[in-house]
Design a protein around this ligand. Structure first.
Ligand code: URA
Length: 265
């Protein structure tokens, strides 16, 4: 049984509170106190479920994540997934964002791009990649004959983190079930992960993007029969700050084009 399954089981059995530092064996017969009268038999009281403090702390973090998993996996269409995200109040980012940023483009195109999270312009418009890095992304796509009608674009984090700060690990954990379900519902033939955050979250690795980029790798999803060929790439915002890295990005775009062409032929 994995850790999530163990936590889920404890929660289903009612464990939501830490009562003692160590488990208490409430079945052990009590030592009779010297001189005490034998107590009359009383009907058994319901016994509280006891968990250690460390488990209770994990439950506090796990509960919204499990709710995210349940909500995401119950969605059977993209419209339902969008509605599930709107209904989900477990991620504080939704309270500070102006709009949910769900996706843009063509879900039937076979190619899905995943960025990190919305910036100010995306937050205002409710659309991914429309600010400066989005304009660069559009030019990169055009350079290999693609546009938003030939791919679907989304983000790991669907709400703008205040001040464009990096999302925390907890925020990533809360949003990841929705992204994974998004990918399962779209069933892309190819996935492109833009930047370290998306690549690490989807591939479940701590490796750096400069090591991951440019190499196709298979990403598995519970709801998909086959792994999805996945290409991590440098994020356009990184390319704006580091123009010399555009050479690597161009080589990755060509790898993407070659892969699409090899299937078309
Ligand atoms: N950066 C991203 O990763 N996503 C956006 O939507 C915009 C900027």
């Amino acid at each position: 049984m994995n850790a999530w399954a163990a936590l889920r089981l404890q929660m289903e059995w009612g464990a939501d509170e830490a009562l003692e530092d160590a488990p208490v064996d409430r079945l052990r017969p009590r030592e009779p106190q010297p001189g005490a009268a034998t107590p009359a038999a009383r009907p058994a009281e319901p016994r509280p479920v006891v968990v250690a403090p460390a488990v209770a702390a994990a439950l506090v973090i796990a509960q919204p994540t499990l709710r995210a998993q349940d909500l995401a996996s119950a969605a059977n269409t993209l419209a339902e997934l969008r509605a599930a995200l709107i209904a989900f109040d477990g991620c504080a980012l939704s309270a500070t964002a102006t709009n949910l940023v769900f996706s843009d483009g063509n879900p039937d195109a076979g190619l899905m791009l995943v960025g990190e999270g919305p910036g100010a312009e995306e937050d205002r418009a409710g659309l991914p990649f429309i600010g400066p890095s989005g304009k660069l992304l559009d030019r990169m796509l055009a350079s290999i004959g693609l546009d938003r009608s030939t791919c679907l674009i989304t983000n790991l984090i669907p709400w703008r983190p205040p001040g464009n700060r990096n999302p925390t690990d907890a925020e990533v954990a809360l949003c990841l079930p929705f992204l994974r379900r998004h990918i399962e519902l779209v069933r892309p033939q190819r996935l492109v992960l833009l930047g370290a955050l998306a690549a690490r979250a989807v591939l479940g690795t701590r490796a750096g993007i400069t090591r991951l980029r440019g190499t196709w790798t298979d990403a598995s999803f519970d709801g998909l029969p086959q792994p999805v060929p996945t290409l991590p790439m440098l994020h356009p915002a990184y390319l704006l700050r580091n123009p010399s890295a555009k050479r690597d990005a161009w080589s990755d775009m060509l790898a993407l084009r070659r892969s699409i062409d090899s299937q078309v032929k």
